[in-house]
Design a protein around this ligand. Structure first.
Ligand code: HEM
Length: 577
């Protein structure tokens, strides 16, 4: 038999198979026929039931739907009430200040000096924990003693997650950066980002801090020469911290201290819009907020900020691809210009996986946000406290003068940072008395047992009040007094590690604290060397937003100190003539 030619028998079998398939298909019916049969069935059914029959069913169906829905709502409502009652009963072991009224609870205090004082009184009254109510249904457990915070902040194993009540509005801006992310994503990123804050990386940034503060001081001298001695500290210092962050993160110099660039203006606008939204519960609902002019401005500024960080990332990726990792790193090390974007681009997890562009963008945006206002607040309040206490200011100035001798140019170096013990004490005391971040929040995903046996039930929000701990008379004697000697290392009274927590503690503490402390020291040392800082006559009114501010801006008087070697000094003297 030749290949390709089939026998008669085979052909017969094939024909038989074809006929069987066709027969089966005919029995099942073709799709069109099927549809026809279904339609005929439907017409037959409606004919026999009659339209009137269908109509008579409608009210019963509606009634049934109504009954099912209302039963579900009733059961759901009763479950919520029961859960609420059980929660209230379990929370009875914690004291609570008298309610303003049953509807508002303790709402309505706002972020004012009065609210700061009110909470200070509560700290003296209740010693470690109390509850307060946001409206009639949301209890907040406020903790303000070192002995009760460790189960929340130092929990081993599963980390107690942050509550988003205070951070939610930042999400469109910061995405899933370190500050807002949770679980495995946070753990992986925290591990990958920790090397970015190693001392070897921070060392070259000290030069950047010096340059940024020089620019600010030249501006101050100019303003003083024009007769403006009273300056609003937050405004000047925020621009300065943004300037140095932009250089450390992106290696980008936008001269923003002279004229804020569109990018820097967008960050300032985003920070102020988030604070405004916090103060207006009507704008808490996203859909409504997005329709308002504030919401539209927020979304525009977010786009602008994201576009900037994305452009830098794309450009850097391109260079990295062109040069290859080895040469790229070699060049960066040689020119000492390794920045955060480089580190984020090169970071790898345990499986050798790198961060995506979206992740890098979220982390860079997070550093810009978390690093500028906080540090600016820390520096501004430290200057305020030293303005109030000239004796401490003089002692700091003397310490820095002795350290620098006749060094030219007047520049703080990395090794100097550990040789300013008194300035360091003054900074720490200021971070205690005026903590830039006044609280952190946690959401209890399980029952939390406090060391004294009391239990915070699962499902509640806890506020760990950094401000409350730092102002608790049971922890700090005379807490309202500014006394740097509390932090004297020779002081025999040892401070508990949980009594001083401006950067929080535990696994979710501030990753940027060494960066911040280095910048605080450089800026304060150079400022005290070049200026005398004096208080304004108006009393301050603290404003605890996400960051601690002053209600009307923190105004201080600055007087340039005579430094004949400074070229700026000659300039200002000539202009005064
Ligand atoms: C005086 C200045 C600063 C203060 C007082 C401060 C304070 C804090 C505090 C209290 C937290 C905990 C927040 C929470 O648990 O919700 C935190 C977290 C954080 N901070 Fe700072 N911070 C400062 C400067 C910086 C700087 C300069 C950077 C970055 C360049 C930075 C980056 C971060 C990040 C990324 C987190 C989130 C860490 C995580 O959850 O893993 N901070 N900071």
């Amino acid at each position: 038999m030749r290949m390709g030619v089939r026998s008669r028998g085979e052909r017969h079998n094939e024909m038989q198979k074809y006929e069987e398939t066709e027969h089966r298909r005919a029995q099942r019916g073709r799709p069109k026929e099927k549809l026809e049969r279904m339609l005929t069935g439907f017409i037959w059914l409606s004919h026999h039931l009659g339209l009137a029959g269908l109509k008579s069913w409608i009210p019963s169906i509606l009634l049934l739907v109504f009954l099912v829905l209302s039963t579900w709502i009733l059961i759901y409502g009763l479950t919520c009430v029961q859960r609420y009652r059980i929660n209230c009963k379990r929370l009875r072991c914690f004291p609570q200040p008298p309610l303003k009224n049953w509807l508002l609870g303790h709402l309505g205090l706002g972020n004012t000096e009065e609210s700061v004082r009110y909470f200070q009184e509560l700290s003296s009254l209740f010693h470690d924990v109390h509850i307060y109510w946001l409206g009639p249904f949301i209890p907040i457990i406020r903790l303000f003693h070192p002995k009760v915070i460790s189960p929340l902040l130092m929990a081993s194993g599963t980390v107690i997650p942050k509550d988003k009540l205070f951070y939610n509005f930042l999400e469109p801006w910061l995405g899933e950066g370190l500050l807002l992310s949770e679980g495995e994503k946070w753990r992986r990123h925290r591990h990958m980002l920790t090397p970015a804050f190693h001392f070897d990386i921070l060392k070259p940034y000290v030069k950047i801090f010096n340059q940024s503060v020089d620019i600010m001081h030249a501006k101050w001298r100019r303003l003083c020469a024009e007769g403006t001695n009273y300056l609003e500290m937050f405004e000047h210092i925020s621009l300065m911290t943004l300037d140095s962050l932009q250089k450390c993160i992106f290696s980008y110099n936008s001269n923003c201290q002279e004229k804020p660039s569109a990018y820097i203006s967008a960050i300032l606008e985003l920070s102020s819009l988030v604070a405004k939204r916090h103060n207006n519960p009507l704008l808490y609902w996203d859909t409504l907020y997005n329709l308002t002019s504030q919401g539209r401005r927020f979304s525009r500024a977010c786009h602008l900020v994201h576009d900037f960080s994305n452009a830098v990332i794309q450009e850097r990726r391109h260079i990295l691809a062109q040069q290859g990792t080895e040469a790229f790193l070699g060049n960066k090390r040689k020119s000492k210009t390794i920045d955060f974007i480089d580190i984020l681009l090169l970071a790898k997890d345990e499986d050798g996986k790198a961060l995506s562009d979206k992740d890098i963008q979220a982390e860079a945006d997070t550093f810009m946000f978390a690093g500028h206002d906080t540090t600016a607040s820390g520096i501004s309040w430290a200057l305020y406290n030293l303005a109030q206490h000239q004796e401490y200011q003089d002692r700091c100035r003397q310490e820095i003068k002795e350290l620098l001798g006749d060094r030219q140019p007047e520049e703080i170096e990395w090794d100097d940072l550990v040789q300013m013990p008194f300035l360091t004490m003054c900074i720490k005391e200021s971070l205690r008395l005026h903590s830039p971040v006044s609280m952190v929040s946690r959401y209890c995903t399980k029952d939390i047992q406090l060391p004294d046996g009391r239990i915070i039930p699962k499902g509640n929000i806890c506020l760990i009040s950094i401000f409350g701990i730092h102002h608790n008379p049971a922890v700090w004697p005379k807490p309202e007094v500014y006394d740097p000697h509390r932090f004297d290392t020779n002081n025999p009274e040892k401070i508990s590690p949980l009594a001083f927590i401006p950067f929080s503690v535990g696994s979710r503490n501030c990753i940027g604290q060494n960066f911040a402390l280095s910048e605080l020291k450089v800026v304060l040392a150079l400022t005290l060397l070049r200026f005398r800082v004096l208080p304004d006559k108006h009393p301050v009114r603290r404003k605890p937003e996400i960051i601690l501010r002053e209600e009307n801006g923190l105004r201080l008087k600055v007087e340039p100190l005579l430094d004949l070697s400074s070229p700026d000094m000659h300039l200002s003297e000539t202009s005064q003539e």
